[in-house]
Design a protein. Structure first.
Length: 556
């Protein structure tokens, strides 16, 4: 029996609309970010959804910047958003718009509402407006300015536009019904005075539309067929529809879906900005941040993020996704594309006593066993090597299959060794491990008959390069840092979220690493070269471990 493809509820709506012949020219969606910060993984879900739907149903997706609040918006954020969308693999072609493109049209829409006595200028203070809204149980009360004449409202609104009044002294409100059960329908503010330059329009405007007013009308201007929003806008939908109906414009349809919430981090741009402003992280692009640019700097791939968004799916109810699912998707993709390299993060000298001091040989090592086209590389082998300090124990337990006196172990791509001794300094610190090698045990042609249960990575001391590695962990110590409103989320930051490891020894091939190359450091994890480091420095960022080490440490 042929397996039927499961459709999410938005796809079901679209397919019914298309079957009913509603959109003969195809569907149009939009991704409408506010340029007041960098995009995060939650935005990635919306990007994948909007562009994915129009790819599937042969439609178009517009990129529209919701730039109605000049307080926090900038060109820097605009450019970062475009860069992130392109990196994820999507193209809006020539359909790049800004809500500010429509300021003139939105102003005329507002005047149209005033002319039909559906909007009025209110001189009340923000506190008075809030108090007048009432509560869910108690209806609101009409503003004392609600019955101003159409002529007076037109004159005052024009004065607001012309800069005749102080910021905060007046607003324009829609005239709906102060007894509506939906609080958003109790005469919402649709325009406010802001005496501030805009990053695109300069000082042309002294008033700016509220998002609830600009949203639907901008959708309508662009003839968006399906306006996809997260669930927090569900209660705003009646206002969205009311404004479109009263203005008699193109009937765009708003549909809500569950936002992406990820544990051990925060998804509020305001909270993310606090992390930056308080110096908890270096920038919006810090690899510990859940921003798309931060994940890119950490080595996450666009394919892994797209796959993650697909796996999470589209639902109607909010839930929290475990970070381990995202990391699984990253590992799954990196395993296929990463070059294998050897790096020793906590090196200790290994001396092979029966290997000639002046001898060196080239060995062959595969670049990626998952990719036959990746080929092989040469690595050098000699008498003195570096191994991980944790790979030696003086008095090990029975199931320790690494280096210990009298035990056998294989060096990756090389020979089997028998540990013959070790040396410590006056403080009891291990400084050398000694071993004997078996020439007939060479990888690929082993005739020694010796069974070695463990395999270690290593680096030849003669040509090892020194590097620095940034090891990352969860940004917060608790799964839901915003759950307890009495606790400042900044107090829950994991002080061990970044551990800088210096003196790392790596094989020479890593000196040629580019910032877009992905590597698996054997037995350690996946890494990428830090593009922000000096060109003469070897600095690597840890992308993700080889397995979910957080669970082992008790993460829940």
């Amino acid at each position: 029996m042929e397996k039927r493809e499961s459709k999410n509820f938005i796809e079901q709506i679209i397919e019914k609309d298309l079957a009913d012949g509603k959109f003969p020219n195809g569907i149009i969606t939009r991704f409408p970010p506010e340029p007041n910060g960098y995009l995060h993984i939650g935005h990635a879900k919306s990007i994948v959804l909007n562009f994915g739907l129009t790819q599937k149903y042969k439609g178009k997706t517009n990129l529209r910047f919701d730039d109605t609040n000049p307080d926090t918006e900038s060109i820097e954020f605009v450019e970062s958003i475009k860069r992130d969308i392109r990196w994820l693999g999507y193209d809006w072609e020539d359909r790049e718009y800004f809500t500010s493109d429509y300021f003139g049209k939105l102003y005329e829409f507002a005047k149209d509402l005033i002319k039909r006595d559906l909007a009025y200028v209110d001189d009340s203070t923000p506190d008075e407006i809030l108090a007048g809204k009432g509560t869910v149980e108690v209806p609101g009360t009409n503003s004392p300015f609600r019955e101003r004449s159409v002529e007076e409202n037109l004159r005052l609104f024009e004065g607001m536009k012309n800069g005749e009044f102080a910021e905060g002294s007046k607003v324009l409100r829609a005239k709906i019904d102060m007894s509506q059960p939906n609080m958003h329908m109790r005469d919402p503010v649709i325009y406010r005075i802001k005496r501030m330059a805009h990053h695109r329009t300069g000082n042309e405007w002294n008033i700016y539309p509220m998002y609830d007013f600009a949203h639907g009308q901008s959708d309508s201007i662009e003839e968006i067929t399906h306006s996809l929003c997260t669930l927090e806008f569900e209660n705003h939908r009646p206002l969205y529809n009311w404004l479109i109906e009263q203005l008699g414009i193109y009937p765009s349809r708003q549909i809500e879906f569950a936002r992406l919430n990820l544990n051990y981090t925060v998804m509020s741009k305001r909270k993310l900005a606090q992390l930056v402003e308080n110096g908890v992280v270096e920038s919006w692009s810090d690899p510990r941040m859940p921003t798309i640019s931060g994940m890119r700097n950490r080595g996450y791939t666009a394919a892994a993020i797209r796959n993650f968004c697909d796996r999470v799916g589209i639902a109607k109810r909010d839930n929290v996704i475990d970070m381990s699912l995202l990391e699984f998707c990253v590992r799954e993709d990196l395993n296929k594309v990463s070059l294998r390299r050897m790096a020793v993060l906590d090196p200790v000298k290994l001396i092979i006593e029966n290997y000639p001091e002046d001898q060196h040989e080239n060995l062959l090592a595969e670049n990626n066993p998952e990719d036959e086209t990746a080929g092989e590389r040469k690595i050098t082998f000699g008498r003195e090597l570096y191994i991980e300090r944790e790979d030696f124990m003086e008095d090990p337990p029975k199931k320790f299959f690494r280096m210990a006196p009298g035990r056998f172990v294989r060096l990756k791509h090389a020979y089997i060794l028998e540990c013959s001794g070790f040396k410590k300094d006056d403080n009891g610190e291990l400084i050398e491990v000694h071993a004997r090698y078996f020439p007939e045990s060479k990888s690929g042609s082993d005739t020694s008959g010796i069974k070695a249960k463990g395999t270690l990575h290593w680096v030849n001391a003669a040509d090892a390069m020194e590097a620095k590695v940034n090891m990352y962990d969860r940004l917060f110590k608790v799964a839901e840092p915003l759950a307890d409103k009495k606790v400042d989320f900044l107090d829950l930051v994991n002080e061990d979220s970044l551990n800088v490891v210096e003196g790392v020894k790596v094989e020479p091939a890593l000196a040629e690493a580019g910032s877009k190359d992905h590597f698996q450091f054997m037995r350690k994890g996946y890494f990428v070269r830090d593009k922000n480091a000096a060109s003469d420095e070897l600095v690597f960022n840890m992308t993700v471990g080889l397995r979910d080490s957080w669970a082992k440490k008790g993460g829940k």
